[in-house]
Design a binder for this molecule. Structure first.
Ligand code: FPP
Ligand code: MG
Length: 284
């Protein structure tokens, strides 16, 4: 399968945010110790292995755009990336996608064995909620815990994965595919934006617009991901048509942020999501 050594075209602001995020992740992750060497190594291997960090960057950039505390936003940003990394470990297992490589290196179960990979995924999910518990503001912690667990559970990522599993390929139509993607990938991306807004104490219309932005972004992300993987939407349309569809959705996303001061990083992220792989396609 495609590995994710993909272009790094986000600017210095995002590179700086990635450094802050990775330092915080490193601090939250347990170190190899005595009987727990292997599982802690597996957790660190899977989290500290690159990746685009799109979800936590969205949380941090939304919080920044709304004038919130960037240090506080690092907490949900780390939790989100831990949940994402758990899902990648489990997704690669033989009982699901059976992939041998992830982010350009051996998948966790190929390096540490299936049992440790399964448990490392479980431990990352659990750690995510422990991390949210370190927020000093208990109201924000409660709301973020509730939103993140919904996005990760059966009405979010897990549910989308189950729908994909049980639907025979020949039964699948476009509305079903949209529904699967909205749950499997869209919910966590949308919730990443929402968490940044919660930290910044956004209310009413501002929170709704950020949520709508995140919803569009999650949808467009998955369409572009399918173009890069050569599956999903490409069962129903050409790569060109799929990119047109993603482009329309990104335009709608950006419209939601019109009138926000300091929205340039968010708009840049929207363009980045749309442009992944586009250069390669135009040369093929
Ligand atoms: C790549 O993200 C990952 C996806 C497009 C999400 C796919 C959904 C799952 C793996 C959910 C599976 C659910 C369970 C519970 C097993 P990315 O391109 O952002 O990856 P990166 O972090 O490596 O950049
Ligand atoms: Mg999969």
């Amino acid at each position: 399968m495609r590995d994710s050594t993909e272009p790094e075209s986000l600017d210095a602001y995002f590179q700086n945010q990635v450094s802050r995020l990775e330092k915080a992740l490193e601090d939250f992750l347990p170190r190899p110790s005595q009987n727990l060497t292997q599982i802690h190594e597996a957790m660190r291997y899977s989290v500290l292995s690159g990746g685009k960090r799109i979800r936590p960057l969205l949380c941090l950039a939304v919080c920044d755009m709304l004038g919130g505390d960037g240090k506080e936003a690092l907490i949900p940003a780390c939790a989100i990336e831990l949940i994402h990394c758990y899902s990648l470990i489990h997704d690669d297992l033989p009982c699901l996608d059976n992939d041998e490589y992830r982010r350009g290196q051996l998948a966790c179960h190929k390096k540490f064995g299936e049992a440790i990979a399964l448990l490392a995924g479980d431990a990352l999910l659990t750690l995510a909620f422990q991390v949210v518990g370190t927020l000093k503001n208990s109201g924000k912690a409660q709301r973020i815990l509730s939103e993140l667990s919904q996005a990760a559970g059966t009405f979010g990522m897990v549910g989308g994965q189950v729908m994909e599993l049980i639907l025979e390929k020949n039964e699948l139509d476009l509305p079903m595919l949209d529904a699967i993607h909205i749950q499997k990938t869209g919910q966590l991306i949308k919730t990443s934006c929402l968490c940044g807004a919660i930290v910044a104490e956004a209310k009413g219309d501002i929170e709704s617009r950020v949520l709508k932005f995140g919803e569009y972004l999650g949808f467009a992300f998955q369409i572009v991901d399918d173009i890069l993987d050569g599956n999903g939407y490409l069962r129903f349309m050409s790569a060109h048509e799929a990119r047109e569809k993603a482009s329309e959705i990104i335009t709608k996303a950006k419209r939601e942020l019109e009138g926000f001061k300091n929205n340039s990083h968010m708009l840049q992220m929207a363009d980045f999501i749309l442009s992944r792989g586009a250069e390669k396609e135009s040369h093929t």
